[in-house]
Design a protein around this ligand. Structure first.
Ligand SMILES: [Zn+2]
Length: 178
């Protein structure tokens, strides 16, 4: 089997998962994609330039995989997690625009005033802005949000995973024609 030790962090590379009709479904790690491949759940459409090695096999590191069986699309919501909120906010304090950590999550309407854990009430904030704002609304604290927080659209969310190595993803995420 593929040894995590030998292959290190490349197994954590992002892999785009497409439905049988090529619509984008999910993003998973290369580790998970390889597992799905060995279980004959997916075909590999595109690979990165790196390879993963096991004692017996060398496999190109998958970049895009396609499911073999159609999955209905009810689970298209982006799950509200700390990581996903930070991705939506580009790992940037939404008040002072710094990208220097440590970054925290701020409730726009403070929790003790009824503000909930929701896409439209949570933003990424640096520790000092979070502290400065305290139990106030942005208006009360005279702090301006970079943009109003909202639930990400899944396609837009996937697009944020595209860096130099994910050029092959672009056509599948409606960023250029085939
Ligand atoms: Zn800040």
């Amino acid at each position: 089997m593929i040894s995590p030790k030998k292959n290190g962090s490349i197994l954590n590379q992002s892999v785009l998962v497409l439905n049988t009709n090529y619509s984008p479904m999910d993003i998973c790690t290369a580790r998970r994609a390889i597992c799905l491949f060995y279980n004959e759940k997916v075909d590999i459409l595109e690979s990165y330039s790196e390879h993963v090695h096991s004692p017996s096999v060398t496999l190109p590191l998958p970049s895009i995989v396609k499911l073999r069986d159609f999955v209905s699309h009810n689970k298209m919501d982006v799950i509200l997690t700390r990581r996903n909120l930070m991705v939506r906010d580009d790992h940037q304090c939404q008040y002072c625009h710094t990208k220097k950590g440590p970054l925290t999550l701020d409730h726009v309407l403070p929790k003790n005033r009824g503000g909930g854990d929701a896409w439209d009430n949570l933003v990424t904030a640096c520790r000092s802005c979070n502290h400065k704002k305290g139990d106030r609304t942005p208006e009360e604290a005279k702090m301006v949000l970079k943009r109003m927080p909202k639930k990400p659209n899944k396609i837009h969310y996937f697009q944020q995973f595209i860096h130099d190595k994910q050029g092959a993803w672009r056509p599948y995420l409606f960023m250029e024609s085939f």
